[in-house]
Design a protein around this ligand. Structure first.
Ligand SMILES: NC(=O)c1ccc[n+]([C@@H]2O[C@H](COP(=O)([O-])OP(=O)(O)OC[C@H]3O[C@@H](n4cnc5c(N)ncnc54)[C@H](OP(=O)(O)O)[C@@H]3O)[C@@H](O)[C@H]2O)c1
Length: 275
């Protein structure tokens, strides 16, 4: 059953909030939802990007905010209540990664990954859950990563946050089902975006074939939200890595141990975007 929509593939009355809508997967998701008639609430730090997208899509509510700020969830909930009074879909997509080994980055690096990739998702969901329950049938999609199932060297902090997000999402799925709020999990593999340019992979003639596009993930987000799927690995063949880890963990350890070519090119500190 499609939640907040009236027919397969169309969401004329849906109110959808997408975090991280200023680039990459979030922007592609906003475009995909708008094409099917959803009314959008766009959230990220870069206001000009959000306003340009809103204009292009024929109007949307823009909330320019740093999701790690203490009062961000309450401020967002207040705007949603005031301007829309309901919420049919929450897409927790905003996230970031900085590569690095634990011996170099330590707890500080784990903390900054948890703040945006896990804590911010939990806090925003807590603030919006009452309105999602009131709007049921409704849905939440949390964007984790294949790195939230299979960890590699050089991105342990990111994996820790995405593993936490996957586990928490599975529990929330069970808890919210009786309340009519479907909770879906999306685990993308390597996708070329601004924050994750995947330079090492796309420069290899063979490796570039495993790099996907944001539009593919946007489709998986629709399936895991209004489409009612509990989980989508995207592209689907990345599921092989998850199965391999369960049945032949030694093999996966050998392939991923050093954090070499399998490590995504995530945003180095020098390119980190401020507020
Ligand atoms: N690309 C991949 O290979 C890949 C693979 C697996 C999972 N993912 C996940 O997919 C999601 C989207 O990533 P992407 O590839 O589309 O990267 P991206 O192009 O860098 O997009 C990240 C989005 O998150 C927003 N964001 C980051 N920090 C924020 C903060 N503190 N407050 C508010 N918004 C913030 C950014 O907007 P502002 O900078 O304007 O705030 C941007 O819109 C992330 O959760 C990522 O972990 C990506």
């Amino acid at each position: 059953m499609l939640r907040g929509g009236s027919a397969a593939g169309t969401f004329p009355a849906m109110i959808a909030l997408v975090t991280g809508a200023s680039s990459g997967i979030g922007e592609a998701t906003a475009r995909r939802l708008a094409a099917d008639g959803a009314k959008l609430i766009l959230v990220a730090r870069r206001e000009q990007r959000l306003r340009a997208l809103a204009d292009e899509l024929g109007g949307a509510t823009v909330i320019a905010i740093d999701l790690t700020e203490e009062d961000a969830p309450a401020r967002i909930a207040e705007v949603v209540e005031r301007e829309h009074g309901r919420l049919d879909l929450l897409v927790n997509n905003a996230g970031a990664a900085w590569r690095g080994r634990f011996a170099e980055g330590g707890w500080a690096d784990v903390k900054r990954h948890m703040e945006i990739n896990f804590d911010a998702v939990v806090r925003l969901t807590e603030a919006l859950l009452p309105i999602l329950r009131r709007s049921a049938p409704s849905s939440i999609v949390n964007v984790s990563s294949v790195a939230g199932r299979v960890a590699r060297g050089n991105s342990g902090s990111y994996s820790a946050a995405k593993f936490a997000l996957a586990g928490w999402t599975e529990a929330l799925h069970a808890e919210e089902r009786p309340h009519g709020v479907h909770v879906g999990l999306v685990l993308p593999g390597f996708v070329q975006t601004e924050g994750f340019p995947q330079r090492e992979l796309v420069s290899h003639p063979l490796a570039r074939r495993i790099v996907s596009r944001p539009e593919k993930v946007a489709e998986a987000i629709i399936q895991a939200g209004p489409g009612g799927k509990p989980e989508r690995i995207v592209p689907r063949y990345y599921g092989i890595a998850v199965i391999a880890k369960a049945i032949a963990p030694w093999l996966v350890r050998r392939l991923t141990g050093g954090g070499g070519a399998m490590t995504p090119t995530t945003r180095p500190d020098a390119e980190d975007r401020g507020g």
